[in-house]
Design a protein around this ligand. Structure first.
Ligand SMILES: [Zn+2]
Length: 268
């Protein structure tokens, strides 16, 4: 059996203010941060975690985030760099449905789709302060219909091919591929722990901690539904990394991201 391989699919970058990255702490000023998806090549299949942002959506709805994205940084483009096509992905798992984590789902109609059982309902009916976060509903015909935003649906996206299997709590999706329930940033947020045969595990915080400094200072992003749960999730991530001797990787940390393997390079 071949060992698990993890590829990071570079998805371009966005800009937000420092006070959004570090809630009530800052400092203020534009922070450009990376967005990426995680492809796990596993004996049980090809699993894609998150799908980045859609450039046109951000330009239309959140142009102040100044998106930068080349063709190679879209889901089809990034998969193409490693010789794959969207139809080669067996399972898509979304950590949550903020626009920078689900924008490429529309390219993956054939994959099985999984998320926390409360995330689709939340995208259908977000809190007033979550509307921009959940502004790209092209991943789900159900959410697009509920929000009156079916104009976002790409031709070919139907209820049948955009229905999610809902899970709750921690789940081992495939052997050594662990979904770690870390709510707070969103109602059904997950982090991801991947174990290998020949190297240390990797713990992807996803948006439980945007950056290394976030985790070290327990300072979450200003975007959240439950900041108290968010702090508890950060404690949980820290403890799990220690117990598993896992390498931590952060979702939106440009300084660390520059040291991560992307493109054709992989972990495993
Ligand atoms: Zn994010």
């Amino acid at each position: 059996m071949t060992d698990t391989k993890v590829y990071l699919l570079d998805g371009g970058s966005l800009v937000i203010d420092g006070y959004h990255v570090f809630w009530n702490r800052g400092p203020a000023g534009e922070v450009r941060f990376p967005v990426y998806s995680i492809l796990v090549e596993h004996a049980e299949g090809r699993f894609l975690f998150d799908t980045g942002f859609d450039y046109d959506h951000v330009m239309k709805v959140l142009p102040f985030e100044k998106p930068m994205q080349t063709k190679e940084q879209t889901i089809p483009g990034a998969l193409g760099l490693i010789g794959l096509e969207p139809k080669d992905v067996n399972v898509v798992f979304n950590s949550h449905f903020h626009f920078d984590h689900c924008g490429g789902n529309k390219h993956l109609p054939d994959a099985k789709k999984i998320c926390h059982r409360l995330e689709v309902p939340q995208a259908c009916n977000p809190q007033p302060f979550e509307h921009l976060g959940y502004s790209d509903v092209s991943f789900s015909a159900e959410a697009a219909e509920a929000r009156g935003m079916t104009d976002q649906l790409m031709a070919g996206t139907t209820r049948a091919n955009s229905t999610f299997e809902g899970i709750e709590g921690d789940v081992e999706l495939a052997k050594g591929v662990h979904l770690i329930f870390t709510p707070g940033h969103s109602i059904g947020h997950y982090s991801l722990l991947v174990e290998f045969q020949t190297r240390r595990p990797i713990l992807f915080t996803i948006d439980a901690a945007y950056t290394q400094k976030s985790l070290e200072t327990l300072c979450q992003a200003s975007f959240h539904i439950d900041p108290v749960a968010g702090v508890a999730s950060m404690h949980r991530v820290r403890k799990l990394a220690e117990e598993k001797d896992a390498e931590l990787m952060y979702s939106h940390d440009m300084e660390n991201y520059r040291t991560y393997r992307t493109g054709t390079q992989f972990y495993g």
